[in-house]
Design a binder for this molecule. Structure first.
Ligand SMILES: [Zn+2]
Length: 502
């Protein structure tokens, strides 16, 4: 294949072709032990220190299925509205790979534990019900390290090392049905789906879902066909996409690449492709194996999995509140419109606002600060809200100081700025920088007197009954106190002084 790829601009591709996407997400389960033995699953252990005859595939060793992994898989299946099999078997998937000690992988084939579910996601307020084909259990492989080459790949390496610590770690694979009808939303929908799935898995406490550590990774299927075609196009499978952003980029790139192939009268080849983080492109890997190449057969060393209906119901009743339910509940508790809620989600502020409310702020105040002042700071610093050096508790404290009139909005913004700059806790900043509102009458009265004396014409108007003119004098008081006066109290004092006894 040539090194240069002509692409068709995304919008042009979307004008002529209809994409169909599909996502296979591999999730490392957070069980303490491996899938078929008692070895620990701790991340970052000394290479080959968490291994035993079973996960090394030594002759005569026998696997035993991990009950917790089965329970976690059922939990995932139930949360994805799947049917749970009352009886199913593991299958042997035969292929040779150096980091797979048994030369086969124990997986599930035609009898997955969970089938036919769905997950609803929303993009720009448009809802999509993503069909879930299956959720099945399998074991992870080991990890190869190629030493001496420039690229870290096997080509050009002096030698390779294998770490079997990962071999046998329980993995769940969540496979969607093909997703047609997305049009140009395909890339962002793919990303949104994986995000929603990640949040769901996190809420279920079945995995730490760290994409950067490989505990959640995605294979992205993409195909393209001309609008009105009776058949979907040939799909490619981009393997091991390791970040949410990359999921979106991989779909987008494949659409642009496949459109170019089709435009040139070519045929898209059914194959596995690799995604390159640095360039955002994919390159061809091996051509895709068919199921028969793996010579699947039921795993003879394991008994079938037959979860009792009562156990499944017990798991169902122990499911936590799921992200979609939580969002709906918070939206109604906070009295937000769909649009307000979408704004909050888009900016990634849901958990921050929730935590700020939990720390005592009103929902209106929490939203105001995170979506206003703090979003502005994050934006100008080019970081996410979550990365700002301020906690929900500190935001709640600032809101409380505004509520009890220790601060006005302007002073509150200064306090927030100081917190972000690392100057300490809000109360500490208020006292050390003298930022509290001056509402003490003796201090304010003095300023009011001098402002009235300096603005006799305005004062006369007010005396003559033109009350709205008081605004100008309040403005002068604020100026004189550098924004620290309690404006409402200043207004009262001015009116008292000029209109009382008339
Ligand atoms: Zn082991």
């Amino acid at each position: 294949m040539s090194g240069l790829i002509d692409l068709v601009a995304f919008d042009d591709a979307m004008a002529r072709y209809e994409p169909v996407i599909g996502l296979e997400t591999h999730v490392e389960l957070g069980t303490n032990t491996k899938m078929f033995c008692g070895c620990p699953t701790t991340f970052g252990l000394e290479p080959n220190s968490a291994v035993c005859p079973v996960c090394l595939g030594l002759p005569g060793s026998l696997p035993v299925a991990n009950r917790a992994a089965i329970e976690y898989t059922i939990r995932i299946g139930l949360a994805l509205n799947c049917a749970i099999a009352s009886w199913c078997r593991f299958a042997r998937k035969n292929y040779f790979y150096p980091d797979m000690p048994k030369d086969f992988q124990i997986s599930q084939y035609d009898e997955p534990l969970c089938t036919d579910g769905s997950l609803e996601v929303a993009v720009d307020g448009q809802k999509f019900r993503i069909g879930i084909e299956r959720v099945h259990l399998e074991e992870d492989t080991g990890k190869s390290l190629h030493v001496g080459g420039a690229t870290g790949r096997i080509h050009g390496a002096d030698y390779s090392l294998v770490d079997y610590n990962r071999a046998g770690i329980p993995l769940v694979e969540v496979v969607t049905k093909p997703i047609p009808g997305t049009g140009a939303l395909a890339p962002v929908l793919a990303r949104t789906y994986v995000t929603e799935l990640r949040d769901l898995l996190r809420a279920l406490k079945v995995s730490d879902v760290r994409m950067e550590e490989g505990s959640l990774r995605c294979d992205v299927n993409t195909s393209l066909a001309p609008y009105g075609a009776t058949q979907w196009g040939t799909r490619t499978e981009t393997k091991n996409v390791n970040s949410l952003r990359s999921v979106e980029r991989a779909v987008r790139f494949e659409i642009e690449r496949q459109a170019a192939v089709l435009d040139a009268g070519g045929k898209v080849v059914q194959e596995t492709r690799h995604f390159h983080e640095d360039s955002g492109t994919t390159t061809a890997g091996r051509s895709k194996e068919e199921a028969q190449d793996y010579r699947y057969f039921p795993e003879p060393d394991l008994v079938p999995v037959a979860p009792e209906a009562s156990w499944v119901e017990e798991i169902r009743s122990s499911l936590p509140e799921l992200p979609a339910t939580r969002r709906a509940r918070l939206q109604s508790e906070w009295g937000l419109s769909d649009l307000d809620m979408a704004a909050l989600l888009n900016i990634g502020a849901l958990d921050l606002v929730a935590a700020t409310v939990a720390a005592g702020a009103s929902a209106a105040d929490a939203r105001k600060w995170w979506l206003g002042e703090l979003a502005r700071h994050a934006n100008s610093a080019g970081v996410e809200l979550l990365e700002l050096a301020i906690t929900p508790a500190q935001v709640a404290r600032v809101a409380a100081l505004v509520q009890d009139r220790t601060l006005n909005d302007k002073l509150a913004r200064q306090v927030i700025e100081a917190v972000l700059a690392g100057a300490g806790e809000p109360d500490q900043i208020v006292s050390t920088q003298g930022l509290a509102v001056v509402s003490d009458d003796s201090a304010l009265t003095q300023t009011v007197e001098s402002v009235i004396a300096a603005n006799p014409e305005v004062a006369d108007k007010i005396r003559a009954g033109k009350t709205p003119a008081v605004g100008a004098l309040v403005g002068e008081v604020m100026k004189a106190t550098r924004g620290r006066a309690d404006a409402a109290r200043a207004r009262e004092l001015i009116l008292q002084r000029l209109t009382e006894g008339r």
